[in-house]
Write a protein that binds this ligand. Sequence first.
Ligand code: FAD
Length: 513
Amino acid sequence: MKNALAPHVRVAIVGSGFAGLGTAIRLGQSGFNDYLVFERSHDVGGVWRDNTYPGCACDVDSHLYSFSFARNPQWSRTFSPQREIWDYLRGCAARFGVLPKIKFNHPINRATWDATTQRWHLETPHQTFTADVLVSAVGALSEPAFPPIAGLETFRGTSFHSAQWDHHHVLRGKRVAVIGTGASAIQFVPAIQREVASLTLFQRTPPWILPRRDRPLGAFERTVLRHSNAAQWLRRAQVYGVRELLALTFLDVRAAKLTELFARRHLEQAVRDPALRAKLRPTYAVGCKRILLSDDYYPAVSQPNVELITAPITKVIPEGIVTHDGALHAVDTIIFGTGFAVQSFPFGKRVRGKHNRTLAETWKNGMSAHLGTSVSGFPNLFLLQGPNTGLGHSSVITMIESQIEHIVNALRFMSANAIATVEPRASAQAAFVAAVDAKTQGTVWASGGCSSWYLHDRGRNTTLWPGFTFTFKRRVEPFNPSEYLLVAKHPGATAPNHAEHIQSRPHEVHAHG
Ligand SMILES: Cc1cc2nc3c(=O)[nH]c(=O)nc-3n(C[C@H](O)[C@H](O)[C@H](O)COP(=O)(O)OP(=O)(O)OC[C@H]3O[C@@H](n4cnc5c(N)ncnc54)[C@H](O)[C@@H]3O)c2cc1C
């Protein structure tokens, strides 16, 4: 009864980053206008709203790291900075008319499947809503992760995570510790190194780093792109092709050797000091952890005010950080470049399916999903950037777009056949997961000799798609009803279980008009 007057929508989308906005735009373009987007924050943009650290930029060329249906000929650089990507997303939300459909400052605290009404009940701090279909677009990298270091609360100075950068804190002249050497740290370390008095960099495992070759896009290049769709597609296709070749690094030993050769040469050319070079040289196979791109990280780490510490941290005390060798590293500021809670998928605790179990409980031994997108026991739930949809080599926007087309196709099928609910068959999900596992066996993630956030504690690859993006697209975009349990809208009606696969029709809207 509590929800009798709750506003109802056909589709509720949680999150307004690339995934949530992309879904909203494509739903609108496909004629599904009865949707709402719930966003816990005050603005759209997801990680590009939250990560404002100095030097923040994409590490896949902007012409690919953007929507295929909203290409942007105006990118200022090959790897555009955070502010520009955030503006692009805000521009997309405005241009495609999504803004009025977004409920800002509306975190979804709980989403519960009601088997009687066959609806999702969505609790926000302000109001309860109901929805036929729930799309989780909460992001895989939206919850900052902190390492469990003893004594952190006793630290006398200032500490913050790179995803929650404290812009009021002046770094100039400070003794700064950076914990972590992952994708964010290698961007902000060169950006702050010159202004700080000293930078003590705590490294657990060195990353493999390839040259980035970032450059500004000149007026001529941008004019050509602005006036020619063909030039835009060509540029996108060129980046896409090169990135797909990089996937061979994970899948083929010979390609991995070649990539390793490039990375070793990059290190050797950039770092002259043999002792520092040895510390920065990874001992695991290239690609096993995320390959990073940077032109300025190695030069920054080579500067006299930077010290690279490889001894493990044992505790934090009021004056600074103590390492395993007993050394005290006295600092004024600690910056955590320690990434995000990927394996725990925090939103999973909030979503309760038809067996009165949460996603987190269902996934207690590791995340898995059918096509990385839907989960047995959770009717009418779709996850963007779900298990095994991450990439080590290219733009995840390509993956997100394939998943969005799957959702659009599912909705088309449901409308055309008066279907109330779709839920992946446990057998279909198990078969998909087995295929992913088998494919992972031949990759560097299974044999590369490293631990990474790609792998669950039990060693299963729960995060990455072990293949090319075009194989994902081919497998995921169509909605194959035989893989789903279907419940008809009207009791007594028979749900068609073997209707033809529903495929997307190509749909494109140009970014500039
Ligand atoms: C610094 C950084 C750089 C990156 N660079 C690249 C790159 O170059 N190439 C690449 O392919 N990938 C990159 N990524 C990965 C990036 O996560 C994805 O590319 C993409 O932006 C993810 O979009 P998303 O919409 O799935 O998630 P997000 O951008 O994380 O958006 C999720 C949204 O959901 C909201 N939300 C979460 N929980 C709730 C809730 N309970 N209720 C309501 N709202 C909620 C959040 O506030 C957020 O707005 C990068 C990530 C980071 C952090």
